[in-house]
Design a protein around this ligand. Structure first.
Ligand code: HEM
Length: 417
């Protein structure tokens, strides 16, 4: 199966590792091959990759490049099997996969409902969740006194926040977590994927029926009851399902990774760990921004499709081919950050990064992500000032995903002296 006819000039072809192991080394290898290359994804699907920070910024803001999978020539030709698991990240019926007026129609109600105010209103509730989880951490220690901080802190916390924001009933949360995992992981079987889509549909239909009858203060009620503007069509149920699903996925996995990656970075950089003990709140903002750059939660993100042939760095990407955005890779581009691009340094002067993407499809959740990280990280380090990693950081298993950049565990000692 090939995604497109081979280009006239040979463009390097790089096999992406679906296990996510050694992601940053992989990004460096791809960058060395050139600013525009092609990558092979699981299932032998080929996508273009723009590895240069500036060129990826230009691509993401180029009006000739869209996100609508219905323009993907390989899919139209039938080259992509219907049960290709990674299609769940691409074949969406929501803002992520629409362009122009249709994108604005689907994005505007979300940005209106998903305000900084709504997030900040959750502040006291978020603090309460954090305090309870920190209290309980010692109870999760194994016989050697080791606690998996991902499992017992970074993982449940954002899920609880996003589910409360959206209005998912609490008894459903554990199952929603499992369903989200089937989308993120690259080892999901086609049957698991189809089953999870059906199950998700049943849950959402129940939720919509409940909220239509009795709206509450949650995002689902706001999206169901806010009248559309500018004579636009309201969301269909399918669009709303896909939108909320994306919010749970995007707003949960990424925030876990941010909390895990920031903790790991601090615990492996003692000088900077020491600095936060003596620093102020601003120091924490620097930790969060530098983590977003150095270990961006989103690794590679599919997919963009040129609506006409476009030429980048002398290489022509044909109309309707798929392009993968390597967000975590470009955030370590030496052309942007110099020879120290690979180092974690909270004192870095260039704090700009593309961890939230750029252009019309820029993330809608940075304020929630930063708010959650600020709520979760400082109290963790204040409450457990002797926190240490309980294992060699290089042996931590990566999340088996092309998209999600983190590790599946974070074993720590809470009170190591
Ligand atoms: C650390 C946390 C997060 C990171 C690093 C992150 C990263 C990203 C990136 C890179 C994109 C653009 C993808 C692309 O165009 O290739 C994106 C889009 C998006 N993100 Fe986030 N995100 C985070 C948290 C959130 C949260 C908390 C939410 C909402 C609850 C959210 C919702 C979305 C949505 C809806 C889009 C699509 C926007 C559109 O297509 O118009 N994200 N995010």
């Amino acid at each position: 199966m090939t995604d497109q006819t081979p280009p006239a000039s040979p463009v390097p072809l790089f096999p992406l590792d679906p296990t996510g192991a050694d992601r940053h080394h992989e990004s460096a290898l791809m960058r060395d091959l050139g600013p525009v290359i092609r990558a092979v994804l699981p299932g032998n699907v080929t996508m273009w990759v723009v590895t240069d920070y500036t060129l990826l910024t230009e691509l993401s803001t180029d009006p000739r490049v869209g996100r609508d999978w219905r323009t993907w020539e390989a899919l139209k030709r039938g080259d992509i099997p219907d049960d290709w698991p990674l299609l769940s990240m691409i074949r969406l019926n929501n803002l992520m996969a629409r362009d122009g007026a249709e994108h604005r129609r689907l994005r505007r109600p979300l940005t209106k409902a998903f305000t900084r105010n709504r997030v900040e209103r959750m502040g006291p509730r978020i603090d309460e969740i954090v305090t309870t989880m920190l209290d309980e951490l010692p109870h999760h220690a194994d016989a050697d006194g080791i606690v998996d901080l991902r499992k017992h802190y970074a993982y449940p916390f954002p899920m609880q926040v996003i589910c409360e924001l959206i209005g998912i009933p609490e008894p459903w949360w554990p199952r929603f977590r499992e369903l989200i995992d089937t989308v993120i992981r690259t080892d999901t079987t086609p049957q698991q994927f189809i089953d999870s889509q059906n199950e998700r549909h049943d849950y959402f239909q129940q939720l919509f029926t409940m909220r239509r009858k009795n709206p509450t203060d949650d995002l689902t009620s706001a999206l169901l009851t806010t009248p559309p503007e500018h004579g636009e069509e309201p969301f269909t149920d399918e669009e709303l399902e896909d939108t909320l699903w994306t919010l749970i996925g995007a707003g949960h996995e990424t925030s876990i990774s941010l909390i895990v990656n920031a903790t790991r970075a601090l615990l492996t950089h003692p000088d900077q760990h020491h600095h936060i003990k003596t620093g102020n709140k601003n120091t924490w903002h620097h930790v969060i921004e530098e983590t977003l750059r150095y270990d961006s939660p989103v690794g590679n993100f599919p997919a963009r499709f040129p609506t006409e042939d476009i030429t980048i760095a002398g290489i022509t990407i044909p109309k309707g081919d798929a392009i993968l955005a390597p967000w975590s890779g470009v955030n370590r581009d030496p052309n942007q950050y110099g020879p120290t691009a690979n180092q974690f340094n909270i004192h870095r002067t260039n704090k700009r990064h593309l961890a939230f993407g750029t252009g019309p499809h820029i993330c809608i959740g940075p304020h929630l992500a930063r708010f959650e990280a600020m709520a979760a990280l400082p109290p963790l380090f204040t409450r457990y000032p002797h926190l240490t990693l309980a294992t060699n950081p290089t042996t931590l298993p990566p999340v088996p995903s092309l998209f999600s950049n983190s590790t599946t565990t974070l074993p720590v000692h809470l009170n190591h002296h």
